[in-house]
Design a binder for this molecule. Structure first.
Ligand SMILES: [Fe+2]
Ligand SMILES: [Fe+2]
Length: 321
């Protein structure tokens, strides 16, 4: 007899009803306390059920909220279903993860931090089919409501106990940033040498091959940066925006920063392309590079704060999958 995974997903925040003397909150507290006392092995009315206690941060209150839910493992990842037993409204915990996807998952034998993703469209349908294959009760819940019942995938943050940490997509992005940062530093150093050593005679003392060197280096750097940003714009950011509604504002801002950086790149490219040693003042080129460096540094920092956790939890670095 397979384990039951029916959902029991009242949350303390969302459900405070008192049905004819039945205190839902008190009932939740009792179930959670039994769950913890028995390492997740339930008895009584939940005998044989596979449950989890999911702790989210209240979308409005900002307080920790505990919900008891049916728990499945699909493709090695914890999965919960926002079915609310087929009610027409999404459960409170689902609203919470849309606002803040960082959660704590208790399985009874393991407690881990996770980032909760909400797969959309075909991926949601594929997962829902897997869910009802394992726990057919969810099909009944879906039949009761016109609301499309969301499936939520709990991506563990960090390795499982005893496992090595796999290099994630977020780590890889940080490495690319570090490399771009170093390349830009080399470009600025080269421009610095001309400006500082030349002093007031910077124009006259510009090495004759500087324009060629800068052009080649600039082309390589700008090519790499453009490729990196278009990869983020086309693939990484849409993937994150779809699964993590909470990241949408930061992703929109990052996309705007890409545009600012692209305009600065164009300026630099033009300055370098039209640079004639002995005739052009290198100070302008140096100032352009400085502006680009400032803009990129704050962009990289913001991007790393906003997306590295989600990327590390959801995708392995290229070549490490
Ligand atoms: Fe980036
Ligand atoms: Fe970026």
């Amino acid at each position: 007899m397979g384990k039951k995974h029916e959902e029991h997903d009242g949350t303390r925040e969302a459900q405070s009803e008192n049905w004819a003397g039945f205190d839902v909150n008190e009932f939740q507290r009792q179930v959670i306390s039994d769950f913890r006392a028995n390492s997740g092995r339930m008895s009584g009315m939940f005998e044989g059920w596979t449950l989890t206690v999911l702790t989210t941060v209240g979308a409005r209150s900002g307080l920790h909220r505990e919900s008891v839910l049916g728990y499945l493992e699909l493709d090695g990842k914890g999965t919960v279903v926002a079915s609310s037993n087929g009610a027409d409204k999404h459960p409170g915990w689902y609203h919470n993860i849309r606002k803040n996807p960082i959660v704590t998952v208790e399985t009874g034998t393991d407690t881990y931090r996770a980032i909760a993703a909400i797969p959309q469209a075909q991926e949601r349908d594929r997962l829902f089919d897997r869910v009802i294959a394992e726990a057919p009760g969810y099909a009944d819940h879906q039949a009761r409501t016109v609301r499309e019942i969301p499936v939520v995938v709990l991506h563990r943050i960090g390795p499982r106990p005893g496992e090595d940490r796999v290099k994630g997509m977020g780590d890889w992005i940080v490495e690319v940033h570090d490399w771009l940062h170093e390349e830009l530093r080399t470009l600025r150093d080269r421009a610095d040498q001309v400006v500082v050593k030349g002093g007031t005679a910077a124009i006259a003392r510009t090495p004759p091959d500087l324009a060629r060197q800068m052009r080649t280096h600039c082309l390589n750097f700008c090519g790499a940066l453009t490729k990196h940003h278009s990869g983020e714009d086309m693939a990484v950011f849409p993937m994150l925006a779809e699964q993590f509604p909470a990241l949408a504002p930061a992703l929109a801002q990052l996309g705007e920063q890409h545009k600012v950086v692209a305009r600065l790149q164009e300026d630099i490219q033009q300055t370098v392309d039209s640079f004639v040693p002995g005739e052009t003042d290198p100070v302008r080129m140096r100032a352009d590079l400085e502006r680009l460096a400032d803009e990129l540094e704050s962009h990289f920092r913001y991007e790393e704060e906003a997306v590295v956790t989600a990327l590390n939890a959801t995708a392995a670095a290229p070549g490490f999958g």
